[in-house]
Design a protein around this ligand. Structure first.
Ligand code: GDP
Length: 380
């Protein structure tokens, strides 16, 4: 036994510590995650974000008046907080879209969001080609929580338009807001019609990756539960209620208490598990490997097209230049010929002057090569 241990020790190279090294490095660097919340005002977005990350991220929020809401266009507001748990730091950025779905005409609300998403991709693309590539700050949106009102019967035109325009650029996770206003049966019915609409409009919401076959049964069950709960029916609350010594986050009504984290009451717990504990890294990976790669490929192909156009233009320009050079040569030949004739005339004149006994006043001879070319250049 002792000899076997010694043999094992002798055969160790040391790379088994690689996961620890990666772990230590990542923990030191900290993690970034950017979440965007989209949905009309009053659907409980801020309350849900506070409940998810146990902070009051919207302390200083100023709500618009009714008149302002009617006229308002979509705004983009960004807040970053650093949270720490067991020595692991998370830089969480929440991007809010106040004004979305609030105005009378919301037809183009998706455009502001799309522009913002593209800007972040573009910023990353520029940073990647810059000098400080190693310290890029990632501002790309890793997940969009899309809030669907609980009082409808399915997706509205606004929801369809938003999702169809953005599903290839961001991970969309749809949620049914304020689910405490619905009974269990109503929630099941709404979920089913939302899924039908999503399917019918060929919308690709965030797809959970397949569970590895070597995962334990509990994990597989949890994964199956998560997948079957989409779209998550959520409840948010900023209040902690004491129920017989048990402190819970919930909403107290005259007829009872709704517990936010109770899976019998809503899917908040599942959403939090998915978003924070199990799929945060996958959301980031999909953003990097699929959405950003699509954007990057498009950028590169556009750049190639521009380069091709430029090359074509350059070719045309140089062809014109070559023509001009051809023209210049002809011009030079003509000038040479003219000068040769003039020289002939001059020598004849000199001969005549000599014959008449008068000295030529000037020596009018010319060096054909040099003078010709200089004069031609002056002519030009
Ligand atoms: P936001 O404008 O979308 O950010 O909505 P807020 O988070 O400010 O919530 C608007 C109102 O809805 C507030 O009075 C909240 O207390 C209430 N609210 C938030 N979440 C829920 C919920 O899950 N259920 C119910 N019934 N009300 C909620």
């Amino acid at each position: 036994m002792g000899t076997e241990d010694n043999n094992d020790r002798d055969n160790i190279i040391g790379f088994a510590t690689l996961p620890e090294q990666v772990h230590r490095k990542s923990v030191k660097r900290g993690f970034d995650f950017t979440l965007m919340v989209v949905g009309e005002s009053g659907l409980g977005k801020s309350t849900l974000v506070n409940s998810l990350f146990l902070t009051d991220i919207y302390k200083d929020r100023v709500l618009p008046t009714a008149q302002e809401s009617v006229e308002k266009t979509v705004d983009i507001q960004k807040k970053t907080i650093e949270i720490e748990e067991k020595g692991v730091k998370l830089r969480l950025t929440v991007v809010d879209t106040p004004g979305f779905g609030d105005a009378v005409n919301c037809d183009e609300n998706w455009k502001t969001v799309e522009r913002y998403v593209d800007e972040q991709f573009n910023r990353y693309f520029q940073d990647e080609s810059g000098l400080n590539r190693k310290n890029i700050q990632d501002h790309r949106i890793h997940c969009v929580l899309y809030f669907i009102p609980p009082y409808g019967h399915g997706l509205r035109q606004l929801d369809v338009e938003f999702m169809r325009r953005l599903h290839r650029k961001v991970n969309i996770v749809p949620v049914i807001a304020k689910a405490d206003t619905l009974t269990k049966t109503e929630i099941a019915k709404l979920k089913s019609s939302l899924l039908n609409d999503i399917d019918e409009h060929k919308i690709k919401i965030y797809q959970f990756p397949d569970c590895d076959s070597d995962e334990d049964d509990d994990f597989k069950q949890q994964d199956a539960d998560l997948k079957s709960s989409i779209p998550f029916a959520v409840i948010g609350s900023n209040c902690i209620i004491d129920i017989a010594g048990r402190k819970v986050r919930g909403r107290q009504y005259p007829w009872g208490i709704v517990e936010v984290e109770n899976s019998e009451h809503c899917d908040f717990g599942k959403l939090r598990t998915m978003l924070i504990s199990t799929h945060m890294q996958d959301l980031k990976d999909v953003t990097q490997d699929i959405h950003y790669e699509n954007f990057r490929a498009q950028c590169i192909s556009q750049m190639q097209q521009v380069a091709l156009k430029e090359r074509g233009k350059l070719k045309r320009d140089s062809a014109v230049n070559i023509d001009q050079i051809g023209g210049t040569d002809t011009l030079l030949q003509q000038k040479d010929e003219e000068i040769r004739k003039m020289q002939e005339m001059l020598s004849q004149m000199q001969e005549k002057l000599k014959e008449s006994g008068k000295d030529p006043l000037v020596n009018l001879s010319m060096e054909p090569g040099k003078t010709n070319r200089d004069s031609v250049i002056n002519v030009q």
